[in-house]
Write a protein of this length. Sequence first.
Length: 396
Amino acid sequence: MITVEEAEKIILEQVGDYGAEIVPFELALGRVLAEDIKADRDLPPFNRVTMDGIAISYDAIENGFSTFRIKATQAAGDHPVDIDEHNECVEIMTGAVLPASSDTVIRYEDLEMRAGLATLVTREIKRGQNIHYKGNDKKQGDIVAGVGELVTPAIIGLVASVGESELRVKKLPRVAIISSGDELVEVTETPSANQIRRSNGYTVKSVLKQHGLEADTLHIPDEPEEIKKRLSFCLENYDVLLLSGGVSMGKFDHIPKALEELKVNVLFHKVQQRPGKPFWFGRHDDGKLVFAFPGNPVATFMCLHRYFLPWLNASLGLETKSQYAVLNNRYGFHLPLKCFLQVKLHYNEYCQLMATPVEGNGSGDFANLADTEAFMELPLERNEFKKGEVFKVWRF
Ligand code: AMP
Ligand code: MG
């Protein structure tokens, strides 16, 4: 049986590259850029007024002027209006172009406006104040967002401002989520006394959705020929198969054999961990990958976060940043397996991320998942973990 670290290494050696595609920029949230986005003109594109008030020439202040005749009013979007005399100003709004004859903007708060005149009520005026200068943020041709960046709401806005209505983003793998087990019925069905409703597929699908990945789901029975037929179809039509169930030692756990018969070569089966020990991982000759998680909902959930999401990130060129928290209670775990402990998280008054264990009833207890926020990965070599020790966490 291999360790968690060995399993992780084997999986990360299998990162894929699924190419790129063009999508409307509004649908690109959460995707990864496959092109550099450049400013089509300077940002800002003109000397932009940043306060509502008046525009003047600072020379007027130096020459002792403190009252200005309002020559015109200039809104954002208007053509700039020039002044001809030192005793003149233009009443001007935020977002307007600073007229060439002005170099300073005085906000309403520093003025008294009456009978077509603006009079200063402050001495604190600096040449060039309240102006956002042309090209100060980016010059035309500068990269505003680059290859490999995750598209965030801020990037969507930036992309909109430079007129890119379509974006080239990294393509996501086509993923099939396959649940297996004869005891499982559809959500809308009423299970008999011996059955349960299937939930894993929905959990996995919604986790992937949070990562911008729309996957298809299907269910297969515990019947070898049917399993082979359905998996064969999936291997032809998808890049990655995420299975849950049917990989343990049970009499009806036919998945590993079926996969091997379909030329999916096992890269490992069983990992020294709890939950999720029966985890099976393999690669088809043509490069398709199969993550076959044990069916216990907590095991599926843990393996998805600990192994699949880092693989997905790596395949898209994104880093999976390690996160750590402080164990808030002592905890003992006495099996030769790496324990992934379910914890609730909070920040204490010293801004430390504290992890409080919430013990469920093993990997079948997924009601507990809803009460927790992360798995804490405890070191394999030890059995006792003290309050105050720091360990890695996997948030979900
Ligand atoms: P297995 O890995 O197939 O032995 O399944 C382990 C446990 O997880 C069994 O109690 C199954 O009934 C349960 N299980 C398997 N698949 C699902 C699923 N899709 N949704 C909910 N429970 C499941
Ligand atoms: Mg099963």
